[in-house]
Design a protein around this ligand. Structure first.
Ligand code: MF3
Ligand code: CO
Ligand code: CO
Length: 265
């Protein structure tokens, strides 16, 4: 989701979750992880992103969940599938996946009033070595961000480590779009940046959940916005049409650390 930096409003604040709510979050996040892993197995040259979206939607229903994306701000599909230079919120279509593509599939499931959100970038067949390195960097960027989480620390700590890793590897991070509080709502505070300063940003509160989902670009961090018909949601492409990759997990903050809720077990 897109936030203006520094955005703050009490209505978006996430109150700590009860034990019962944590169980519901764990359940829905495991469902989201299953849908992502199931759908990912069907990625091969020739399949359309619409077909992948249908596979995800059917599987979500078969395990008793619903897609949080359909109808969200008028968004038309069950998943976001962002191919190559698409940064995020790519809309599934009749596009046929081809060898060499990198494809981010982003799945959000809703169950019992709670949301679980995760994504991964899949390499189709043999991809260029720079594409593979970018995808590896995006994964490591997400993981270092997660590993940096400290209860009562700051969101800027996460962004700082993420951006440092990405910059060292010669890539850039998207600044205006990032992770978000999640739980009883799909998108809430805090904003989780892929850049920042240690000790800055918002405080990380135990027993809340948020996503870590850095977007990593091969070239410029600038992007162009595109409208999705009949929807308030936009999708984005890199301004230089170079590649962009992303991974996303939903994380629970505990009093001593964190737990990744969308790990595929
Ligand atoms: N799952 C996306 C995220 O990571 C949000 C998609 S919203 C949609 O926050 F409407 F585009 F589906
Ligand atoms: Co998200
Ligand atoms: Co997502």
């Amino acid at each position: 989701m897109v936030y203006s930096i520094g955005h703050m409003s009490n209505s978006r604040k996430q109150a700590p979750l009860s034990r019962d709510e944590i169980i519901k979050m764990k359940t829905v996040c495991q469902m989201a992880a299953q849908v992502l892993s199931h759908t990912g197995r069907f990625v091969k040259p020739g399949i359309t992103t619409d077909e992948l979206d249908l596979i995800a939607d059917d599987f979500t229903k078969s395990i008793g969940g619903t897609s949080a994306c359909i109808g969200y701000g008028g968004y038309p599909k069950a998943t976001c599938i962002s191919v190559n230079e698409v940064v995020c919120h790519g809309v599934p279509s009749s596009y046929k996946v081809k060898e060499g593509d990198i494809l981010n599939i982003d799945v959000t499931v809703k169950k019992d009033g709670f949301f679980g959100d995760n994504s991964k970038t899949i390499m189709v067949g043999k991809v260029s070595s720079n594409a593979a390195d970018l995808v590896d960097t995006a994964y490591k960027a997400m993981m270092i961000g997660i590993e940096t989480i400290t209860p009562n620390g700051f969101t800027g700590d996460i962004g700082f480590e993420t951006n440092k890793l990405v910059t060292r590897r010669g890539y850039t991070t998207i600044k205006e779009i990032g992770g978000h509080g999640i739980g009883r709502v799909f998108h809430g505070d805090p904003f989780i940046p892929a850049f920042g300063k240690r000790g800055k940003g918002e405080k990380i509160i135990p027993w809340t959940c948020f996503t870590v989902e850095p977007m990593v670009n091969e070239g410029t961090d600038e992007f162009i916005e595109f409208d999705i018909p009949n929807s308030g949601i936009k999708y984005y492409k890199t301004a230089d049409k170079k590649l962009s990759a992303q991974f996303e997990h939903t994380v629970l903050i505990t009093d001593t650390g964190y737990e990744i809720l969308t790990l595929n077990n």
